[in-house]
Design a protein around this ligand. Structure first.
Ligand code: IPE
Ligand code: IPE
Ligand code: MG
Length: 248
């Protein structure tokens, strides 16, 4: 089966999962952490190279302060608790997003856990926290203009590759498969530039219920799709099968 190199997931539906059970929303977020662990291990087994999970968006600060606080506590706890297991599974952890908005303690912990798994060679797990796709493009634009101002690059050297390199995901392949659980069909400001050609998979399954079988179904859906990247389906078929000596 054709396996995506990079899978990006909007983990949505925790709140509704809890509400359906008459539980507080935070119980849904806690159950969601268990799903994260299982999805990471399944990604390792499947040979996925990069898994990017949307944990907290730049818009999620609009939630009630108690929910925001509990989410931060849960994030801190999960980092502390999971780092050993990640190391054991050879998973390199990267936190992407504007972490300057977090408490000093959380920022420090983020630096530490990244250092602890820095030598891992297996799956790269990117957790998007206080992440927004537009923020990512803006911070890349700022970094590039600093280089221009410093005379390190010329304006003509600002190419798509140069912009990609300055994004928070710079150096990693773009997502091949973009999953959103929880039934909504929108991108919610996640990996906007990077997902230009991602295959999108929406499922009604709420994130805490997104089990091994559900993930497998998403992977099967991906494997069954033809990625044309602008070509005709005939061109794509021939080139992908290596039957093409020269482009049509
Ligand atoms: C996604 O679940 C997790 C975060 C945004 C932190 P939600 O909390 O958005 O769950 P619903 O959409 O309310 O069910
Ligand atoms: C997107 O989910 C962000 C995360 C999953 C972290 P939301 O539930 O916040 O998205 P909207 O507000 O419904 O678009
Ligand atoms: Mg939601």
């Amino acid at each position: 089966m054709k396996i995506p190199r990079h899978v990006a997931i909007i983990m949505d539906g925790n709140g509704r999962w809890a509400q359906q059970r008459g539980l507080p929303r935070i119980s849904g977020h806690k159950a969601g952490v268990e799903t994260v662990r299982a999805a990471v291990e399944q990604s390792v087994r499947s040979g996925i190279e990069v898994l990017t999970l949307f944990a907290f968006s730049s818009e999620n600060w609009r939630r009630p302060p108690t929910e925001v606080r509990l989410l931060m506590d849960l994030f801190m706890m999960a980092l502390n608790r999971e780092v050993k297991r990640l190391k054991r599974n050879d998973v390199k952890l990267r936190i992407i997003g504007d972490s300057t908005a977090f408490s000093d303690k959380l920022q420090q912990r983020i630096v530490e856990v990244q250092q602890m798994t820095a030598d891992c060679q297996g799956l790269t797990l990117q957790i998007a926290a206080n992440y927004g796709g537009r923020w990512d493009v803006v911070q890349a634009a700022r970094r590039i203009s600093e280089k221009v101002e410093a005379g390190l690059i010329r304006t003509e050297e600002i190419t798509e590759e140069a912009v990609s390199r300055q994004l928070s995901t710079g150096g990693f392949p773009d997502p091949d498969l973009f999953i959103r659980t929880g039934g909504e069909q929108r991108l919610s400001n996640f990996l906007l530039w990077q997902s230009a050609y991602a295959e999108i998979y929406f499922t009604d399954t709420l994130w805490p219920d997104f089990n091994e079988k559900a993930f497998e179904q998403a992977l099967e859906s991906f494997a069954g799709r033809q990625r044309r990247f602008g070509r005709t389906s005939e061109q794509a078929r021939l080139e992908d099968n290596g039957e093409m000596d020269q482009p049509v």
